[in-house]
Design a protein around this ligand. Structure first.
Ligand code: XMP
Length: 510
């Protein structure tokens, strides 16, 4: 199998490069920029991509690579910082730009062969850079320019080194996928033979190698990610996988029982159910800080997994359904982004726990996980279910979590889901849920004054959870939901609609 590696210099788009390459049917993985060249050579890359990054090549701690990378004999494509670094190393001249270029620009094609074969003139490209290449290294020619950047595309076709100043991996670059396809297929000579089936084969082998004869515990959250994780691991090590599904009291109405039946009867997984609702609620008493809630819940999950693993005996590994958006939002290693939330299956874990973690979906985006789920035989309805956060309803109750508030939000959430399913809107949305605010407002019901809580409806559309737009719902639908919630859920007398995009908001309220 041909493999393409992306060396990560800290750009927030690095994963998108790997994902776009995979979408094109070529296996691709990310490696840290400072991987020793000998290790990279052992991995037998068919091509190497150098990602963007927030630094200047002249910066004090600017990430560097060895010149030997250009002796591997494989094609290299540098993107943004990757292009600048390549130029710098190979003897070109990189200078600070007078004007930082951020946002869209329009590409003028100077030479429509090689990287820009079949690319239309004046197409939009997405730029994000301070420095630029003033003089290209010997052997390179400029094949594309923009108004502010003469060296938007440079190529040395003889040695098969290429560079683009813009980001071909983001959707704002209209013909970006074609540029990547030209690099992979025309210039590197690869064939699009990789698919989710090959991913399953590769991961199964990898899991067998990592796990050997050890026992693995997998915590199920009720969502697709952790179930896909279990099915993959189950495929690799069969009954050495032990699944634990915890009723933390923070699940949706009916979610626990429904899923428990499915796990046992449909997927034949070895599942232990743990009723721990009181335990979580006790730990959450008087806690109002969102980050504290996440940490407590993450920690409590681990304590339960530890207890269950003692019962099973000799469990060394804990599997988690962490996917890529969870990783970057919790754990930015470098780059310009900062910590946003501790997602429980990443950043909310206690420091003193006794498992090694395996996360086979760590490099995938949600839509890739869904394709994987399909390949593993899950039904469409289950696959298309909305993501549900690990800390569950606790991050949808602003303020303290109590039994009464859980009852209220569960009932409101159930009504919302019934109505959007009935209106055939469910599958158009990334998520739809209710949020309970600790704010009370005055209302009037049947001539009586009420003073009750406010419920927020959050309906969002998104491709990968990284950005999201609020859904312009039909007013009749909103009105039906609002009427039903106020009439049927004791404790709520006002319903409001959240019209905040992400960014600047996040999808969940906490
Ligand atoms: P935010 O609220 O950060 O959420 O915009 C992005 C996506 O991630 C989900 N989410 C989580 N998933 N554990 C999870 O497994 C978590 O702690 C967690 N927090 C948020 C959220 O529902 C949305 O789809």
């Amino acid at each position: 199998m041909d493999k393409v590696y992306v060396l990560d210099f800290g750009s927030q788009y690095t994963q998108l490069i790997a994902r776009k390459v995979r979408e094109l049917g070529v296996f691709s993985e990310i490696l840290p920029y400072d991987i020793p060249i000998s290790r990279l050579r052992e991995k037998d890359p068919a091509a190497v991509l150098l990602s963007g990054g927030p630094q200047s090549v002249y910066g004090k701690n600017a990430p560097q690579i060895s010149k030997k990378i250009f002796d591997l004999g494989v094609p290299v494509l540098g993107i943004c910082y990757g292009l600048q670094l390549m130029s710098h190393i190979l003897g070109g001249n990189v200078v600070p730009s007078k004007r930082r270029e951020y946002g869209s620009a329009f590409l003028k094609v100077v030479n429509r062969k090689g990287l820009l074969s079949g690319i239309r003139d004046a197409g939009q490209v997405w730029m994000s850079h301070g420095d630029k290449v003033k003089e290209v290294p010997a052997g390179f020619v400029i094949t594309g320019t923009t108004r502010n950047c003469k060296t938007a595309v440079i190529e040395d076709r003889e040695r098969r080194f290429f560079g683009v100043q813009f980001h071909p991996e983001v959707i704002h670059t209209e013909q970006g996928k074609k540029v990547l396809a030209n690099f992979l297929f025309d210039l590197t000579g690869l064939k699009p033979t990789w698919n989710m089936g090959s991913f399953i084969e590769k991961k199964t082998r990898e899991i067998r190698n990592i796990v050997g004869r050890k026992k693995v515990l997998c915590g199920l959250s009720g969502g697709v990610d952790s179930l896909v994780t279990s099915l993959l691991i189950h495929r690799a090590i069969k009954n050495n996988l032990y699944c634990v599904f915890v009723d933390n009291g923070l699940l949706r109405k009916g979610q626990y029982q429904e899923l428990m039946d499915k796990l046992r009867k449909k997927f034949f997984l070895n599942v232990v159910g743990v009723d721990a609702a009181d335990r979580f609620l006790n730990r959450l008493k008087r806690v109002t800080s969102p980050e504290r809630k996440r940490k407590i819940i993450g920690e409590e999950f681990i304590r339960i997994f530890e207890e269950e693993s003692k019962k099973i005996g000799h469990v060394e590994l804990l599997a988690q359904g962490t996917i890529y958006p969870d990783v970057i939002e919790s754990n930015p290693v470098k780059g310009p982004s900062s910590k946003i939330k501790s997602h429980h299956n990443v950043g909310g874990l206690p420091e003193d726990f006794n498992f090694k973690i395996i996360e086979p979906l760590r490099e995938l985006f949600k839509d890739e996980v869904r394709r994987l789920a399909e390949e593993l035989g899950m039904e469409k309805d289950f696959i298309m279910q909305h993501p549900f956060p690990g800390p569950g309803l606790a991050v949808r109750i602003v303020g303290e979590v109590t039994n009464e508030r859980l009852r209220i939000i569960r009932d409101a959430d159930d009504i919302l889901l019934q109505e959007i399913r009935r209106a055939r809107v469910y599958n158009k949305l990334w998520q739809a849920f209710t949020v309970l605010l600790p704010v009370r407002s005055v209302g009037v019901m049947g001539d009586r004054r009420t003073y009750q809580k406010v419920c927020v409806l959050r309906l969002v559309q998104s491709v990968d959870g990284m950005t999201a737009g609020w859904y312009p719902a039909d007013t009749k639908l909103l009105s039906r939901i609002s009427n039903r919630i106020v009439n049927e859920v004791a404790g709520i007398n006002r319903v409001v609609y959240d019209i905040t995009t992400k960014p600047p908001g996040t999808i969940e309220w906490e």
